[in-house]
Ligand binder design. Structure first.
Ligand code: DX5
Ligand code: ZN
Length: 221
């Protein structure tokens, strides 16, 4: 199943509620929430209070991307704030196996994210524990960056690894995804598409509709 997961990092934070409504009305089912701690990545973004507020006004699936060191410190808090899925970076967890179990035990889906420079071998052993693998297609930390072309081959190799093991985890891509790159990552085998600038710059409803249509047409091919 293909999903568009609009990233609010590119939204206008002065009217987040309104912009999220637009995303929902245009037909998106997921919302990507980028939490940054100023340590794992250079920027600080937002945390639980913002997610708690958004939960009250939205029924979207909250796909929370944790760009924070030792994310296991906050699993319960993110669950209480309203997260449906927590994606943690392999690079930020010393005990990845344990963290994935803890996320599941807290009642959420669990994803693992990999920076462009981190090899797939870092997650090979725990592939069966993840509901989703996030292949970063830029270095995390900022919106509006350029897609890194070599990540397409990594998506292909991950897809093969999953198939070889009869696993059905989703493959998410994040960073520089939009009209020039969507086809490339669909061809490579990704099925969950994070888009910040591509959705929130310009007319939000038109953008969401456009990309949902492109995804649907591709899926039916
Ligand atoms: C980057 C974040 C992304 C970001 C993507 O570190 O993880 O989710 O919002 O933004 P775009 O789609 O503009 O590259
Ligand atoms: Zn993200």
């Amino acid at each position: 199943m293909y999903q568009l997961s609009p990233s609010i990092l590119a939204a206008d934070f002065a009217c987040l509620g309104k912009e999220i409504k637009e995303v929902e009305e245009a037909g998106a089912k997921w919302l990507h929430l980028d939490v940054m701690d100023g340590k794992f990545v250079p920027c600080v973004s937002f945390g639980m209070p913002v997610i708690t507020s958004l939960r009250k006004v939205s029924n979207l699936f909250f796909d929370v991307h944790l760009m924070i060191e030792e994310p296991e410190r906050y699993i319960k808090e993110f669950k209480e704030a309203g997260a449906d899925m927590l994606t943690v970076h392999a690079e930020a967890c010393r005990h990845l196996d344990r963290v994935l179990h803890e996320i599941h035990n807290a009642g959420m889906k669990a994803g693992i994210a990999l920076n462009p420079g981190t090899s797939l071998s870092a997650i090979e052993e725990v592939l069966g524990l993840a509901d989703m693998i996030l292949i970063m297609t830029v270095n995390p930390g900022f919106g509006g960056q350029k897609f890194i072309p070599y990540t397409a081959d990594k998506i292909r190799r991950l897809k093969k690894m999953l198939e070889d093991r009869n696993l059905t985890a989703d493959i998410q891509v994040d960073g520089g995804i939009g009209k020039d790159t969507l086809e490339t990552v669909m061809d490579a085998g990704a099925n969950i598409f994070v888009m910040g600038s591509a959705v929130f710059r310009g007319d939000i409803k038109e953008n969401v509709a456009l990309y949902l249509k492109q995804m649907e047409e591709y899926e039916q091919k």
